[in-house]
Design a protein around this ligand. Sequence first.
Ligand code: ADP
Ligand code: MG
Length: 454
Amino acid sequence: MLKLNQIWDNILLETESKVSTLQYDLYINQLQPVGIHNDRLYLLAETRALKNIIDKNYKDIIKKCTALVFPTILDVEIITDGDLDNIGKVDKEVDLPVSGNYVSITDDKAVFVAQYSFDNFVVGKSNEYANAVAHAVAENKEIKYNPVFLWGGVGLGKTHLMHAIGNSLQRNFPEKKIKYVTCDQFVNEFIESLHDTANPNAMKNFRNKYRKLDVLMMDDVQFLANKEGTQEEMFHTFNELYLAEKQIILSSDRPPKEIKIEERLKTRFATGVIADIQPPDLETRIAILQKKCNARGYSLNIKVLSLIAEKITNNIREMEGMLHRIISYSTLVGGDPNDMNIVNDALRDYADSSNDIITIDQIVKTTCDYFGVRKEDIIGKKKNKEIVVPRQVCIYLICDILGQSVPLVSIGEYFGGRDHTTVMHARDKISEECKNNDITAARVKDIRDKIYNR
Ligand code: ADP
Ligand code: MG
């Protein structure tokens, strides 16, 4: 059985080489797979405009690429939100014959983003130590530093460095068994194995998978906070790998001592090398932008790059967002991306939309105000209906408004360390109720309007 994402990722791999990077980033990679029904693959476009562009210019390419990898998928249809109800029940997992073009992205072989390489990583004062440690790990057969703990703020290159290590290790030591996992994935897999009553070997398989590696990389370990069961599992995984002298590489948004996990795990995390990544200085930021432009074939002059680098100082992902914004805006209006009028127009839009960024806190506050309950209560343990309903509505709104930018595990953490399955349950329950119960639907709409100040 293939999961929908495996199918779509494979089609994307095929399409990527057939269109320009810009077309790929701006349009094709924006689509989300919805499901398969009657040999037809449904893809969701966020806006009508995107649907129109795809239908007109890229649908045939997507169809051809799909046929190349999955000969039994006969058609592709681009839909928007409004069509979701009309397409009926779709399959999210299917048994498909694949062609020779299929690339197996299995659990056993770690897949690293090719662009996240050492060559594409710009080194400055703020990250030179982390970069040196990463190189040492990637190039040496014997283990010098264990574990390696990389930490730094969001969007500063931790994931990039981990993938760079992975790419390089895979090339230098193809025999090594390497696994890269996000902490969220590890937590989810652990919980799923725990509850998999149909398979008595589920836990054993899970343990074998993680304890028989040569290299384990776990990204964003701060999400182990409040997950006592998973922490315990991680503790044993860690010990087994460490004692067998296998390489462990961890990342986090804060140093080990500040993660809310049990003491013995903190001590383990801190026994090797701890390397931090700080926000880069202006020169490095401009160099990073230049590198991104080269990689993507954008020609922007230094004046525009400096402007971006001066506006955004502590998050490279946001800097890239601004870069894409300028490129996509200039493409849409058919102007020159180096024309300062165009740049300013693009960034005016950007400032407006970033003012609109909605946070979990804001959604929680608005929901609490609406129902007249206290935040401590809805994130607390109370189980009476007066609290449970606002809690579920709030969780539903967070999932719905913030989407995949906030992992379910972190929502659970926010709500007093609840399990991600509890979050899913609340989300699905209110989502169902909105369809069947006018009062719930009206309440949810009211709160949503307040959140958006409508
Ligand atoms: P984190 O995991 O720390 O949140 P990422 O590794 O996802 O951050 O980095 C965010 C983006 O910034 C990625 O596109 C990455 O390629 C880019 N980036 C970060 N640091 C650098 C760097 N030193 N050189 C080039 N690109 C970088
Ligand atoms: Mg990351």
